[in-house]
Design a protein around this ligand. Structure first.
Ligand SMILES: O=C(O)CCC(=O)C(=O)O
Ligand SMILES: [Fe+2]
Length: 292
């Protein structure tokens, strides 16, 4: 299977035929990264000053925005600057939403909003703990925010003003990875999900599915042999481009790049065109047990 599915669209709401949509949805669900090299998110004149790492709070990896409450977090900006960041990220959230609804119309009903992120800091050389280091190959799983089986669908746009690509690595398919790591993962402890929720460590219940996915994420990052020797393909994501990928399925790592916007959506497995292709279904088959 090709890693990339290149789509030539240059608008956020292209109109496409049903069979085209089914084809794009199949590509995405199979683990291809949909790259739109000509779809750029344009900043407005009064947003250009937002292109600086100084707007990060220096602690969190990314500036974060909630499209539903419109709250901006993890930024040093205050007042009018903070409002400008919120407006820019809100516009991006709307564009990403239109794009998903246009290319994958079957998702419209099930799609749930996640956060928007703005990444103004150079990705190469940010210091962080191994578990938080996205320069290491991993599938996404969020320790504090269980998805309870839902898919993690993410839209990224490289808005670098100096033409600098964002460099990613893509690892081998989930079907190769999961059997390699699953034997090393212990079952969740009885009562642990209740405890994590009660202590406020997780927002909602960490299901068995979340447990296995988080362990998979952590074990991949912590395994230096795996990081060194597993097959990886370099993918260069040009400035002025947009890409869409199921990051819970496709192992990825960011090697370098600065100035990126990202929108997260969650999708129930039942809303997929081919639910069989979900990590939930794959893990349940491998473990021969229900995980949610
Ligand atoms: O910042 C990036 O390009 C991707 C980082 C990553 O792994 C993620 O956001 O899940
Ligand atoms: Fe990731």
């Amino acid at each position: 299977m090709e890693i990339l599915k290149t789509l030539e669209f240059a608008t956020w709401n292209p109109s496409i035929q049903n069979d085209e949509a089914a084809d794009y949805t199949h590509a995405l669900e199979s683990g291809q990264l949909a790259l739109l090299p000509h779809l750029s998110f344009e900043l407005q004149e009064d947003e250009r000053h937002l292109l600086s790492p100084a707007w990060s709070d220096g602690k969190a990896k990314n500036i974060s925005y909630d499209p539903q409450t419109k709250v901006v977090k993890h930024t040093s900006a205050t007042g009018a600057d903070q409002q400008a960041i919120g407006r820019m990220m809100g516009r991006y959230a709307d564009c990403a939403h239109q794009l998903v609804e246009s290319l994958f119309p079957a998702y419209t009903k099930g799609l749930r909003w996640g956060r928007t992120s703005y990444r103004p800091v150079e990705a190469d050389g940010r210091s962080s703990s191994v578990r938080k280091d996205d320069r290491l190959l991993h599938v996404d799983s969020f320790a504090a925010s269980p998805v309870q089986g839902q898919r993690i669908l993410r839209i990224f746009s490289n808005i670098n003003p100096h033409g600098k690509p964002r460099e990613w690595s893509i690892g081998e398919p989930f079907d190769n990875l999961a059997p390699r790591f699953l034997p090393k993962i212990a079952k969740p402890l009885p009562g642990s999900s209740w405890l994590l929720k009660t202590l406020g460590i997780t927002k909602g219940e960490r299901t068995a599915y979340d447990h296995y996915m988080l362990q998979l994420h952590d074990l991949e990052k912590l395994d230096s042999q795996f990081q060194k020797t597993s097959p990886q393909t370099a993918v260069s994501l040009p400035s002025g481009s947009t890409w869409i990928v199921y990051t819970d399925l496709v192992p990825h790592a960011v090697k370098s790049g600065q100035y990126c916007l990202e929108q997260t959506f969650y999708l129930p497995v039942e809303s997929m065109q081919e639910p069989k292709l979900s990590p939930l279904n794959k893990l349940e088959s491998l473990l021969a047990t229900k995980l949610t």
